[in-house]
Write a protein that binds this ligand. Sequence first.
Ligand code: ATP
Ligand code: MG
Length: 338
Amino acid sequence: MNDIGIDLGTTSVIVAVEGKGIILNEPSVVAVDHRYDDKVLAVGAEAFAMVGRTPSYISAERPLKDGVISNHVLTKKMIRQFVNRVYDSRMIKPRVAVCVPAAITGIESDAVVEAVVSAGARQVFLIDEPIAAALGSGIDITQPMGHMVIDLGGGTTDIAIISLGGKVQASSVPVAGNMLDEEIVKHVRQIFNLVIGLRTAEELKKQVACCPQCKFSGTMEIKGRSLVTNLPQRQMVKTEDLYEPVMKCIEQLGIAAHQVLEKTPPELSGDIYSEGVVLTGGGALLKGLPEYFSEKLKVSVQVAPDPVNCVAMGTAKSLTMGDQLETGFCDATPRAGK
Ligand SMILES: Nc1ncnc2c1ncn2[C@@H]1O[C@H](COP(=O)(O)OP(=O)(O)OP(=O)(O)O)[C@@H](O)[C@H]1O
Ligand SMILES: [Mg+2]
């Protein structure tokens, strides 16, 4: 195993190997003990299980927030642990491609590269999320043909028009799965006088939330704390109860996608009219999303076959076709004196 692709996401870190598939998928969470100089207690699923359940001296943190690296030190420690889990140091040092958040700064990307190198990589490449998403969804982006990809993650939604191995137009907005979870928490509090946590809100989003453009209707029982009695309370929530927070978030994405299309050269617009739009990322699984974008953009919209793993698969694939990628892919290996 010489080539590894890492999707460094706000919600999860997914590692893929071309021809082999996904070899690691863990929540991007790190648990630290503040009593011992922020010693790392756990990373990934083990740390995620601690979220909201820790004593005051332990915290389970997400080092990436809203599509940016909010804690360099923890991000580095997390990357190093994950790479060490998949890389056997007896093997030849791997080449590693990392898909980083679109809004990353130079200092942040240096920290990511340093972590990957210190974990044993011999060469490190950075790739933009929409390019990786397009590759992972099976699109041949090297052809002179326009493709539109919308990657809906936890922290950001990346929208891009891609042709001839590069981005022609792109936009990244901080409206994605996490924001919808927060809006659901606020809405449930408002209409049911019930306080719920983000994990319950995420479950509601996955199981019953839907864009009004789709006919789906479901219900789910949730538990929270009543604002009236301050005691635990149960509540049935219906799909229709969540239309408001769903549309609050989704409409912003519709506007952003529309703006990208407005700036797209006419030949490429024509391609997108015939090829349609591809949705990737975990957020693409929100029910009714293809119907919403299709109505808004007047083109056909499809969810990629494996939307959650698309970016990691595309990141691994990028290592096999680096010189065909014109933009959004670069060799970031530190050189002596650089
Ligand atoms: N069935 C589903 N319905 C709606 N949303 C879903 C579903 N499954 C996962 N999600 C959401 O997808 C989001 C995570 O997607 P993804 O793994 O692509 O994010 P990420 O790559 O970690 O984030 P980013 O790209 O912003 O850094 C979460 O907000 C999660 O709640
Ligand atoms: Mg992502």
